[in-house]
Design a binder for this molecule. Structure first.
Ligand SMILES: C[S@@+](CC[C@H](N)C(=O)[O-])C[C@H]1O[C@@H](n2cnc3c(N)ncnc32)[C@H](O)[C@@H]1O
Length: 147
């Protein structure tokens, strides 16, 4: 779908969706979900969301996917996190302590690419896709969640 549209948004810094604060619904409701300590959390279409830092601070391993490599590089540099970058098949993998982010197309993921995950945190992902593609996103969650 509109890969170039999103890459251009990042190149032009037209990222009004990005929040400079941790999402308050995440921090106020996460505990109530009963997700076990340390459970790996998947963050689809992650951008450079600071929510990933919050999840890591709670002790979760974080796996994200994002089309824009620029977004991921910004995430690590802006948060002063040392990282490695490696090309892996369809994806470019960025890793830092407890955070693994893939640059590439969500719809190229296989369950093996993201296993094991036990929870999905989705903020502004579904709305980034045209309605006919949203079902595919949810099916991928269902195929990969281990509980
Ligand atoms: C509305 S933004 C939300 C970003 C992030 N979740 C947040 O809360 O800031 C949608 C993001 O999805 C990314 N994106 C769009 N289509 C994608 C796809 N097929 N695979 C991976 N990322 C995608 C865009 O580059 C953009 O960063």
């Amino acid at each position: 779908m509109e890969h170039q549209f999103w890459k251009d948004r990042w190149e032009l810094n037209q990222i009004g969706f990005h929040q400079e604060e941790i999402n308050e619904y995440l921090s106020s409701h996460w505990q109530a979900l009963g997700i076990r300590d340390g459970a790996p959390v998947f963050v689809p279409l992650c951008g450079k969301s600071l929510d990933m830092l919050w999840l890591r601070e709670q002790g979760h391993a974080v796996l994200g996917i994002e089309l824009s490599e620029m977004a991921l590089a910004q995430f690590f540099t802006e948060n002063q996190l040392p990282y490695t970058r490696e090309e892996r098949g369809h994806f470019i993998e960025f890793t830092s302590e407890q955070i693994r982010l893939l640059a590439g197309d969500f719809f190229s993921l296989t369950p093996e690419d993201i296993a094991p995950i036990e929870a999905v945190y989705d903020r502004a992902s579904l709305i980034a896709l045209p309605p006919e593609m949203r079902r595919g996103l949810c099916q991928t969650y269902g195929n990969t969640l281990t509980r």
